[in-house]
Write a protein of this length. Structure first.
Ligand SMILES: Nc1ncnc2c1ncn2[C@@H]1O[C@H](COP(=O)(O)OP(=O)(O)O)[C@@H](O)[C@H]1O
Ligand SMILES: [Mg+2]
Lengths: 221, 254
C-alpha cells in the first residue's frame, strides 16, 4: 500500500480538522433541535384533541417511513421552490433535526409512560399544573431510561452527517472526497476520516456513560 | 358538601357506577365498605377527577364538578373551574404514590409552593409542623425508599394536608401495609376524624375502625349503594341480604 505521511500531515489533517468542526457543529445543533422538537412532537402526539394528535402522528409516520437521504434532497430542492433559500449546511441540519426528532419523540413517550400511573394521579390529587407535573415529577423520573437512549441518537446523528456530503456540505466526508479527487489520492483522506469518526464515537459513548451514571446516582436513591 | 346525582361511570359496556345517588354532609366522616369490585375506589377516583363520568353530576359545595354555570347554562367545565373545585379535595392512595426522587419534606412542599404560591420558608414551616403531627419530624430528610410503608403513608397524609383540603378521601389506606404498621396509620386518621376539621370519605376493609370513627357507613354492591346507616345499626342490624353475607364473610376472615 502506498501511504504518504508528508501528504497526510501537510494536506489531509489540516483540511479534515477544519471539516471536523463542521461535522461536530452539525451534530450538536441538530441533536439539540431534535431534543426540543422530539418533546414538542411527543406532546402534540399525545394531545387530547384528535385535531392535533392525528397530524402529529401522521407526520411522524411519514418521516420514519422515508430514508433520511431522500429527506435531505427533498428539503434541498424543495425549499428554494417555495422561496426559502438556505445554505446547504442549514438545510442539512434541519433535515437531521426533523428526522431525529421523530425518533426522540418515541424515546420521550416510552420514558414518560414508564412512570407509574400513580405518580400522575398524585399530581392531579395535589392539583399541580401540567407544567409542574412534567418538570418536577415526570421528567426527573423518566430520565434514567431516556438519557442513554438519547445518547445513542447523538452518536447516530454524528454517523449520519456524511449524508450531508450529497448536498456539498463541507463536512469530513465531503472534504476527504474533494482531497481525493484533487490529488488523485484517496487512501490517506478516507482513512483519516474513518479514524476521526471512530475516535469521536468512542469519546461520545464514554461521555454518555458518565452522564448516565450521574443521572442514575442523583435521581435514584 | 359532596353530592353524587345519578352518576354513571362505565368502562365500555361495563357499568361500574350505576346512576349513583350519594351524599356527604360537611364535617361528616363516612366509611364505604363492600366487596372487591363493587366500585368503592371508583367513587373516590371520579370525585378526585382521576376518571371522567359518562352521566349525572357530582356537586362539591353545591357546585358541579364536571360542568359549570355560564349565564345560567351548564357547560363543560374549564380547566380552571376543575382546579378551583379540586383544591377542596385531597386524596390518600392505597399505594401512597409519594414522589420517589424527593425527600419527605420536598414531597410536602412541592405543591404548596407551586400551586398555592407559598414562599419556600412558609411551606417548609407548615410541612415540618405536619410531619411532626404524623410523628415523622425526624424523617423529613429521608427519601421514600428509606421509609417503611407505614411511614410512607403518614408522609402521604401530611402531603395531602399541606394543601389544606376540606374533604379527605382515603382509599384503603392500610391495605398495602404489613400488619404491624396498620395501627400507626389508623391512629393518624383517627385523630383527623376526631378533630372535626375535615369531611372524610374512607374506603376500608377494617370494619372495627369504620365502626369506631364513622358517623355513617355505606355498603356498596355492584356499583350501587345498597344500605347506609350509623355504624351501630348497619353492623348490628343489617337489613340487606348481600350486606349480611358480606359481614359474615369478613368476620369469618378476621
Ligand atoms: N381502568 C379500568 N378499566 C376497566 N375496568 C375497570 C377499570 N378500573 C376499574 N375497573 C372495574 O371497575 C369495577 C370497580 O372497581 P373498583 O372501584 O376499583 O372496585 P373496588 O374498589 O370496590 O374494589 C371492577 O369491576 C373493576 O374491574
Ligand atoms: Mg378498591
Amino acid at each position: 500500500m502506498d501511504w504518504r505521511w508528508d501528504f497526510t500531515f501537510e494536506v489531509v489533517l489540516p483540511r479534515i480538522w477544519q471539516a471536523a468542526g463542521v461535522t461536530v457543529w452539525a451534530t450538536v445543533v441538530s441533536f439539540l433541535l431534535a431534543l426540543v422538537g422530539g418533546l414538542v412532537l411527543m406532546l402534540l402526539k399525545t394531545h387530547r384533541s384528535a385535531w392535533i394528535s392525528r397530524p402529529a402522528t401522521e407526520f411522524i409516520e411519514v418521516i420514519r417511513a422515508t430514508p433520511l437521504l431522500v429527506q435531505i434532497f427533498f428539503l434541498f430542492f424543495l425549499l428554494p421552490e417555495v422561496g426559502i433559500t438556505l445554505p446547504p449546511l442549514t438545510t442539512g441540519i434541519l433535515a437531521l433535526a426533523i428526522y431525529n426528532s421523530t425518533l426522540c419523540a418515541e424515546v420521550y413517550r416510552a420514558g414518560f409512560q414508564a412512570v407509574p400511573s400513580g405518580q400522575w394521579e398524585a399530581c392531579v390529587a395535589l392539583n399541580m399544573s401540567t407544567y409542574r407535573t412534567y418538570k418536577d415529577v415526570i421528567i426527573p423520573q423518566s430520565l434514567p431510561p431516556i438519557v442513554p437512549a438519547l445518547g445513542n441518537y447523538l452518536v447516530a446523528i454524528f454517523k449520519e452527517t456524511p449524508l450531508l456530503s450529497f448536498v456539498a456540505v463541507a463536512e469530513i466526508m465531503q472534504v476527504s472526497k474533494l482531497i481525493g479527487s484533487e490529488y488523485y489520492r484517496f487512501t490517506e483522506a478516507i482513512t483519516v476520516a474513518g479514524i476521526f469518526f471512530l475516535v469521536m464515537s468512542l469519546v461520545a459513548a464514554f461521555l454518555i456513560r458518565l452522564v448516565d451514571q450521574y443521572v442514575k446516582r442523583s435521581i435514584l436513591h | 358538601m359532596i353530592r353524587f346525582d345519578k352518576v354513571l361511570k362505565a368502562y365500555g359496556a361495563l357499568e361500574v357506577l350505576k346512576d349513583l345517588d350519594f351524599s356527604v354532609e360537611k364535617g361528616e366522616v363516612v366509611s364505604i365498605i363492600g366487596p372487591s369490585g363493587s366500585g368503592k375506589t371508583t367513587v373516590l377516583r371520579v370525585l378526585m377527577t382521576l376518571e371522567d363520568i359518562q352521566g349525572g353530576t357530582i356537586y362539591v359545595d353545591g357546585e358541579p364538578l364536571n360542568r359549570m354555570d355560564v349565564n345560567g347554562q351548564l357547560v363543560e367545565a374549564s380547566k380552571a373551574h376543575v382546579r378551583r373545585i379540586r383544591a377542596k379535595l385531597g386524596m390518600v392512595f392505597q399505594s401512597f404514590n409519594l414522589f420517589p426522587h424527593m425527600t419527605a419534606l420536598q414531597n410536602c412542599i412541592e405543591s404548596p409552593i407551586y400551586t398555592q404560591g407559598l414562599s419556600k420558608a412558609e411551606a417548609v414551616e407548615e410541612a415540618t409542623r405536619l410531619l411532626d403531627m404524623v410523628g415523622l419530624a425526624d424523617k423529613a430528610g429521608h427519601y421514600p425508599s428509606q421509609l417503611s410503608g407505614g411511614q410512607q403513608q403518614r408522609v402521604a397524609i401530611a402531603r395531602t394536608l399541606a394543601m389544606h383540603p376540606e374533604v379527605l378521601l382515603f382509599d384503603e389506606p392500610t391495605s398495602a401495609l404489613d400488619p404491624e404498621m396498620v395501627g400507626e396509620v389508623l391512629s393518624v386518621i383517627r385523630d383527623l376524624a376526631k378533630s372535626g376539621r375535615y369531611t372524610i370519605l374512607l374506603v376500608t376493609h377494617q370494619m372495627g375502625f369504620a365502626r369506631e370513627v364513622s358517623d355513617r357507613v355505606c355498603f356498596f354492591d355492584a356499583g350501587k349503594m345498597v344500605e347506609e346507616g350509623v355504624p351501630g345499626d348497619l353492623f348490628g342490624n343489617p337489613r340487606n341480604e348481600r350486606l349480611r353475607q358480606f359481614l359474615s364473610k369478613v368476620l369469618e376472615a378476621s
